[in-house]
Design a binder for this molecule. Structure first.
Ligand code: GDP
Ligand code: MG
Length: 768
């Protein structure tokens, strides 16, 4: 099978082309650096199937970033049958800089001029024949997004792949041509493949080249030494870069025919950017957008219509849509509406199954197994899918439109103070979805220490799976203790995670992970109207992943938990006597660990549930709520049957709530009632789950992405951070005056770190 590689600048449309060609659904983003590892797929419409490889986006073949190293080594070492160089035609000159370097490698090459739809819309045109003649390889105009001309592209690439192509350079008139030639001959002597490419890179004093061919460096140094008068200056790399650009503007630029008026006018993108990236307004605008997103996703009072419907038309309120679409306070947000719909469906199934089992006179343990063990946990997890979807939809829109790149840009100034570059922003935002891709995305960070610090704090950006813990418990707190507003608590908890991340980064970057912040260079992509297809692809990815997880690992866990909580050590079914269960004794054993956090031994009868839930979360965070719900369903069932003593008022409220189908709040209330937990302890419990060791999948990813031997310390880091943060949250919320002990402690530690760093800097200065 033939292999074609897609190479090009970040954001030029490689992944879009890859998806169009292979029918695959890789992540497309209007954000430089979304593809960090190479993806493979198959194109079937040529004479034979062709394997397509989507390489990370690069600006040059010099090893400045990890992406450049991956792409360069792939082309040099694996020698694809053809390289398709994708060029963003709206940015022709800059994109062709990479092309001039690809030409130097002996590999079949075709240039795909992408985004031609935009060029045409702007009223410009490009003389393809002229460009093809000048550059010496086939040039094909396409639109990856509209799937225009892709078959022609592939046929030309296929033809090219049948022939050998010798590397050639545009640097024929270079001031350094003799030196390049000499080094090339030396490389040929060593029988290195692609002598021309390596020669030019060695003359540029490219790091990788120097490392691999130390012996040939002498030729370059000798050459330099013969020109004592500094004819060329010291920097050959700059000379060569300059010559490439000059060649491009002299030979390639004339192929563009620009519409007369297009030259001076500010583009729409520029105009939007004046507001959105404004020095003062930029960050407030971002925060407002975030708040709006949370409101649209979680709010049960979308338009603040407090009491309006009551006054208008009482009969209107009594309709079956009450509760579902609106409440007496106002209209539900789209997220809540979908949530309610799904909840109706799952409740209906649960009740149906339960009734069926009763009518069949099934044994108690069988009903309990099916209804509580399987359906309870599974539905608990699935019911949060709509809100996760909405959150993702909004984030995808922001990313695809090009706005997220701007946010990284405005945040870079702030990030720098914490010791990170703006590049770390994207992985963090992705962390709100799932830590796994977020950790992989840190590959765009060039510095190992910056990368380690970022990977460690990614789990603090609360992922989709942790969302149910938040909403259910926040709802419970509002209902039971009558404080606050569920929306606000959820948002505040996200903030707690972010603040913990910031503090942890500052501490790490000043202690174990000291180092300079690399400069943040990123060009801002043009604004796009987000593509419905791309958005759907993102969402489907999420749903697929989530559902798969729900039906495998989470289902298995809930069954195990049901078993452990329904049977005693002597394997007898204990029904409502959950306190005698295997799980209870295991939970009670670890419970004391959580006492300083507020959900340890101070809780009554069923307090061990919190300890158990926290531990099952290490497998998958959905387990926390699934565990919680499995046990809560049992408690409610037994309370109803009278086998468990529970405050009758609360029981009545629980039963009435159950009918009104509220989001996980019933279960929360049952847990609160059965354990006598306080609200500060509940907040502490959320905090613990948000900051502790992430799920199994994330830990495995961290192991793969972290530098060697850093996993152990990282796990310890997560444990320590979650323990300390949750304890602080619990103490301060329970006894506000403890703040006066904790704050000075923090200041003290801060000073300690500050002076220690001063001392280190001084020592370093002395050594130099
Ligand atoms: P990559 O970084 O090179 O993989 O680029 P992507 O495939 O992620 O695309 C970057 C952005 O450009 C996305 O928002 C795409 O929707 C958009 N895009 C890609 N190809 C075209 C095209 O031919 N025309 C237009 N108008 N937009 C495109
Ligand atoms: Mg890509």
């Amino acid at each position: 099978m033939k292999r074609f590689a897609l190479a090009g600048n970040p954001n030029c449309g490689k992944t879009t082309l890859f998806n169009s060609l292979t029918g695959s659904t890789a992540h497309v983003g209007n954000w430089p650096g979304v593809t960090v590892d190479k993806k493979e797929g198959v194109y079937k419409k040529c004479k034979e199937p062709v394997e397509i490889i989507d390489l990370p986006g690069i600006y040059s073949l010099s090893p400045y970033t990890p992406e450049e190293v991956i792409s360069r080594n792939y082309i040099l070492d694996e020698k694809p049958d053809c390289v398709i160089n994708i060029v963003d035609a709206t940015n022709l000159e800059r994109n062709l800089y990479l092309s001039t370097q690809l030409l130097e490698i002996s590999v079949p090459l075709v240039v795909a001029l992408n985004m031609m739809d935009v060029v045409k819309k702007n009223g410009n045109s490009i003389d393809i024949q002229a460009l093809e003649k000048k550059i010496g390889v086939p040039v094909i105009e396409i639109s990856a997004l509209r799937e225009e001309n892709l078959d022609t592209l592939m046929n030309r690439a296929y033809e090219a792949s049948l022939k050998h192509r010798q590397g050639n350079t545009i640097l024929l008139d270079s001031a350094l041509k003799h030196l390049i030639h000499d080094v090339e001959i030396a490389f040929k002597g060593k029988e290195v493949s692609d002598p021309l490419f390596h020669a030019i890179k060695l003359v540029e004093k490219d790091e990788l080249e120097i490392k691999n061919h130390q012996d040939l460096l002498q030729i370059v140094d000798d050459f330099k030494a013969t020109f004592k008068d500094d004819t060329f200056g010291a920097d050959f790399e700059a000379i060569i870069a300059d010559e490439r650009y000059q060649y491009i503007s002299k030979n390639f630029s004339p192929v563009i025919k620009r519409r007369e008026t297009a030259k001076e006018k500010l583009t729409t993108s520029d105009k939007i950017d004046r507001v959105l990236t404004n020095k003062w307004a930029g960050i407030p605008i971002f925060l407002v957008i975030l708040l709006l997103i949370f409101h649209l996703t979680f709010s049960e009072n979308l338009f603040f219509l407090g009491g309006l419907f009551h006054d208008v038309d009482p009969s209107f309120m009594g309709s079956p849509f009450e509760g579902l679409i609106w409440t007496s306070d106002g209209i539900n947000s789209p997220g809540v509406i979908l949530f309610n719909l799904l909840d109706c469906l799952t409740s209906w199934i649960s009740d149906g199954v339960s009734n069926l089992l009763t009518s069949m006179n099934a044994e108690a343990w069988i009903s309990s197994f099916v209804v509580d063990g399987i359906l309870g946990g599974l539905f608990a997890v699935l019911s949060f899918l709509p809100q996760i979807l909405f959150l993702f939809l909004f984030f995808s829109i922001l990313e695809d439109s090009g706005y997220m790149a701007r946010v990284a840009f405005i945040l870079d100034r702030i990030f720098r103070r914490f010791g990170l570059s703006g590049r770390a922003f994207m992985p963090m935002i992705m962390g709100f979805g799932c830590s796994v891709p977020a950790m992989i995305n840190t590959r765009t960070l060039a510095d190992d220490k910056e990368r380690t610090a970022t990977i460690r704090v990614i789990p603090f950006f609360s992922c989709g799976a942790k969302l149910p813990i938040l909403t259910a418990i926040a709802g419970g707190i509002v209902q039971y203790f009558g404080i606050g507003n569920a929306d606000f608590i959820t948002f505040a908890m996200y903030l707690v995670g972010m603040i913990t991340a910031i503090v942890a980064v500052i501490i790490m970057r000043n202690t174990t992970m000291r180092g300079d912040v690399p400069p943040f260079i990123m060009e801002l992509p043009a604004y796009h109207v987000p593509q419905a297809k791309a958005l759907m692809v993102h969402l489907w990815d999420k749903v697929k992943h989530f559902i798969k997880k729900a039906f495998t690992i989470i289902l298995a866990s809930t069954i195990v938990i049901w078993f452990l909580s329904s049977f005693a050590w002597d394997w007898t079914y204990i029904g409502g006597e959950m306190d005698q269960s295997i799980l209870a004794s295991l939970g009670k054993f670890i419970q004391p660990i959580f006492t300083p956090l507020g959900f340890g031994v101070q809780l009554s009868t069923f307090g061990w549930v919190f300890a158990v839930a926290a531990v099952t979360g290490l497998i998958a965070k959905e387990n926390v709520i699934a565990t919680f719900f499995t046990l809560a369903t049992c408690i409610i069932a037994h309370a109803e049957a009278g086998t468990l003593v529970i405050n009758p008022d609360v029981l009545n409220e629980l039963l009435s709530l159950e009918e009104a189908s509220e989001d996980g709040v019933v279960e929360s209330l049952a847990m609160i009632e059965a354990t006598n937990i306080t609200w500060p302890a509940l907040i502490s419990f959320i905090t613990f789950n948000m900051t502790t060791i992430p799920c199994f999948a994330a830990v495995a990813t961290a192991k793969a992405e972290l530098p060697k031997k850093k996993l152990g310390m990282t796990i310890l880091f997560w444990l320590v951070v979650s323990y300390i943060t949750s304890t602080i949250v619990y103490l301060v919320l329970s006894w506000w005056w403890t703040l006066f002990i904790i704050l000075p402690l923090f200041v003290l530690v801060g000073f300690g770190i500050y002076f220690f760093n001063k001392y280190l800097d001084q020592k370093k200065a002395l050594q130099n």
